[in-house]
Design a protein around this ligand. Structure first.
Ligand SMILES: Cc1ncc(COP(=O)(O)O)c(C=O)c1O
Length: 343
């Protein structure tokens, strides 16, 4: 038994997955009388359970083989599935670096798993964080690294992430939900080097498809096969598969939007720095900005009264608001409101 197998929950190791006729037959012009569908209509058929066309587009754009790609109903589903595959409820644990994305905690709570939280260092990085509790506890089965990190916005140190993947005896999930906004290189091309690395991505952020719910993971073939065993047979609707293909192929629109968001981020940072309510702007590599303000609760409520909703992250980082970069018009509205509140 290799180490990935030995880390897999025994019931998942022995699981016989559901298999549909669409799994076994890949042609399109056959007579389909296998799945009790209504024979009439446009979306009357179940979608391709293996999302072959969508994966072909991802393969073209990433140079990663389709056998190393899993598509989920948002990357939140990928996070949840990792815990279902590798963590025994009530016994195992996960590791995170705090503050970070809240769903790791929620998923762990759903699966009755303890979370070992390592504080990020003074720059919200892992470089000077004390990782010894992660290395000494063999019940920690999955470790989450979020880079760029939500809610702080910064990249995590690339070399330190590699070191951690090498030393941690379990699955390391690098959550790259915001990587398209960052100048740091992705870890996706390291999945051949590290058998325990899972890189998650999403169509919800830079790709503009949060409403559709499509996320994906890159990992070695063995881990992807485990995902495929556990996933509901038709987890990505035909509508979502088509929209994801359209969004990925529309590279011009993607580039224009990405560039606009980055330029708007620059303007927002420049303008926010001039406002007396703002005490500190944390460096960001994502499409949001974490801002330390004079009175986060008060400013949050004043914005709310003006129908502007930002995220109060004060419980994670004292007196902070997390602001998503909007359209140029939306950003101007926000800046105007903040000026009014300050005066
Ligand atoms: C770091 C991070 N990972 C994952 C997600 C979830 O993304 P998805 O919409 O693909 O479920 C989010 C959403 O805010 C996020 O911030």
């Amino acid at each position: 038994m290799n180490r990935i197998e030995s880390w897999t929950r025994p019931n998942i190791r022995s699981l016989v997955p559901y298999s549909s006729a669409k799994d076994e037959f890949s042609g399109s012009d056959a007579l389909f009388l296998d799945a009790n569908e209504n024979p009439f209509g446009t979306y009357n058929r179940y979608p391709d359970p293996q999302q072959r066309k969508l994966k072909t587009v991802l393969v073209k754009q990433s140079n990663i083989s389709s056998k190393q790609i899993f598509i989920g109903n948002g990357s939140d589903e990928v996070i949840d599935m990792l815990l279902r595959i590798f963590c025994e409820p009530g016994i195992d644990k996960i590791g995170t670096f705090s503050p970070t994305y809240g769903m790791y905690d929620v998923s762990a709570a759903i699966h009755n798993l303890q979370v070992i939280k390592i504080p990020l260092d003074e720059s919200f990085d892992i470089l000077n964080a004390d990782i010894s509790p992660l290395i000494s506890d063999e019940r920690i089965k999955v470790l989450f690294l979020c880079s760029p990190n939500n809610p702080t916005g910064n990249n995590l140190n690339l070399n330190k992430m590699k070191e951690l993947i090498e030393s941690f005896q379990g699955i390391v999930c690098v959550d790259e939900a915001y990587i398209e906004f960052s100048e740091q290189e992705s870890m996706a091309n390291l999945i051949d080097r590290y058998d325990n690395l899972v890189v998650t991505r999403t169509m919800s952020k830079a790709r503009g498809l949060a409403g559709a719910r499509v996320g994906y993971a890159y990992a070695n073939e063995e881990i992807i096969q485990l995902f495929n065993k556990v996933k509901p047979p038709y987890n990505i609707s035909a509508l979502n598969q088509n929209e994801a293909i359209r969004a990925l192929e529309n590279t011009d629109i993607f580039e224009v939007q990405r560039t606009t968001i980055l330029e708007e981020r620059r303007i927002l940072i420049e303008q926010l720095a001039k406002n007396d309510l703002v005490e500190f702007i944390y460096p960001t590599a994502a499409n949001f900005i974490l801002v330390k303000v004079t009175d986060a609760d008060g400013i949050y409520n004043s914005l709310l009264k003006r129908n502007i909703i930002v995220r109060n992250r004060s419980k994670q980082v004292p007196n902070t608001l997390r602001i998503t970069v909007g359209t140029p018009k939306e950003n101007q509205q926000l800046l105007k409101a903040l000026k009014e509140i300050a005066s």
